[in-house]
Design a protein around this ligand. Structure first.
Ligand code: C5P
Length: 399
């Protein structure tokens, strides 16, 4: 599973009022069990004290190129060597200029120059400074070095002006950072994931649906994105926010999902159908709310198209199709039958009757059955951990 745990992350904080926001980021990374070391430029130390970052990271904060207590060690080389990723946030105009031109007149710029680790830069400054051709040129240069940039947001700035220059939010930054720490085995691959239930309208007030929460599909979409995939998430109505970096296509009914999935699947490398698509819809939609006085109401249903069956028919050479089978009986028999009938490469069967493997649970247990006869019972685990295990198998198929 993509995770910050055990990773050495160097955070370079430079002089911007947004430096205080990064304290929260350090805290979040430390909670996620990353080993965080903070380097502060001299200007940054005027906004936030090193003690704040030391307390939150649990590590000494480095602020000087020639620290009197550094002893034999060369901090710029040690920090550069040990880093798995470097995050420069907030990156001031001055720090961007230093990095772009390889100026090593402070510890942060020197460590970045000496490191081989991937670098993620989050600029924050007044919008005039941000839009100045000098800053634009420096950012272009940094991108040319292979550095990654999370653009600042637009809005009210600390200087009182409006414009682009606000430090990006952590929700936008952490997926980019985690992606730099995750093997990119789905890089360049288009991955379509479906999630959640569908709703089949009876009248303007009522619908038929099921208990799917969307958690499994959303976990799959996030993990595929972190592994470098270009991810499209076709989702029925859920209470979940789409993972950053994933293209969300919201749908409501099975027929809408059918249209959206077939359009996206045409050029997809991988399609994973984790959605619990309603098999039936009301044969008739009542344009006005059905009155309760109509006590003898019976609903006539008609079958929805089986999206996965259609995808199996249209499957291209090299395309990987993964289905789910929500079962209450014999997982293996039901899974094998669907795997063959729908022309799938892999099916993940799960028991939706148990509390900890069902629809709304945070955990699940999957029986993976593959077209080559393989069968593997994955352990009971979080849906994120299972998403990673399932995508390991998908990546192996692609390779
Ligand atoms: O046959 P069954 O509905 O149990 O198969 C489940 C799998 O088929 C899931 O992957 C589900 O997303 C997909 N499915 C579908 N279209 C339907 C019903 C199910 O794509 N109408």
């Amino acid at each position: 599973m993509s995770s910050f745990a055990g990773k050495n992350i160097v955070i370079g904080v430079s002089g911007s009022i947004a430096a205080f926001k990064v304290a929260g980021w350090v805290s979040a990374l430390a909670k996620a069990e990353a080993n965080v070391t903070v380097i502060m430029t001299e200007a940054a130390q005027r906004f936030v004290t090193p003690l704040t970052f030391a307390a939150l990271s649990g590590n000494r904060v480095h602020g000087q190129m020639f620290a009197p207590d550094a002893g034999e060690e060369m901090p710029h080389i040690c920090l550069a060597r040990e880093a798995d990723a470097i995050l420069v946030a907030p990156a001031s105009a001055q720090t961007l200029a230093r990095l772009a031109h390889g100026l090593t007149d402070d510890l942060l710029a020197t460590v970045v120059l000496a490191a081989q680790a991937p670098v993620l830069v989050c600029p924050a400054m007044n919008s005039q400074m941000y839009n100045h051709p000098a800053t634009r040129a420096n950012l272009k240069t940094l991108r040319g070095y292979g550095y990654h940039v999370v653009e600042p947001a637009s809005g009210a700035l600390a200087c009182g002006e409006q414009g682009q220059g606000r430090l990006a939010e952590w929700e936008a930054v952490w997926p980019c950072l985690l992606r730099l720490l995750t093997p990119q085995d789905l890089a360049g691959k288009k991955v379509v994931v479906t999630a959640g239930p569908t709703r089949e309208a009876i009248d303007p007030a009522r619908f038929l649906s099921n208990r799917s929460s969307g958690k499994m599909g959303y976990a799959l979409a996030e993990e595929a994105m972190l592994r470098g995939g270009e991810v499209v998430l076709v989702s029925g109505p859920t209470a979940l926010a789409a993972p950053a970096g994933v293209r969300l296509k919201p749908v409501v009914s099975a027929l809408e999902m059918y249209e959206a999935v077939l359009a996206e699947a045409a050029d997809a490398d991988v399609v994973i159908k984790a959605a619990a698509v309603a098999d039936y819809r009301p044969a008739e939609f009542f344009a006005d709310k059905v009155k309760k006085e109509k006590i003898d109401l019976s609903l006539k249903l008609c079958a929805n198209p089986d999206i996965l069956l259609e995808l199996g028919r249209r499957k291209r050479r090299g395309q990987i199709l993964v289905g789910f089978a929500a079962e209450t009986g014999n997982l293996e028999a039901a899974g094998r039958k669907k795997l063959a009938a729908k022309n799938l490469d892999l099916i993940a069967a799960n028991n939706v009757k148990a509390d900890n493997t069902g629809f709304a649970a945070d955990t699940n247990q999957l029986l993976l059955l593959s077209a080559d006869g393989g069968s593997e019972l994955l352990p009971l685990a979080s849906k994120s951990a299972l998403a990673a295990m399932l995508l390991d198998r998908v990546a192996a198929f692609l390779a």
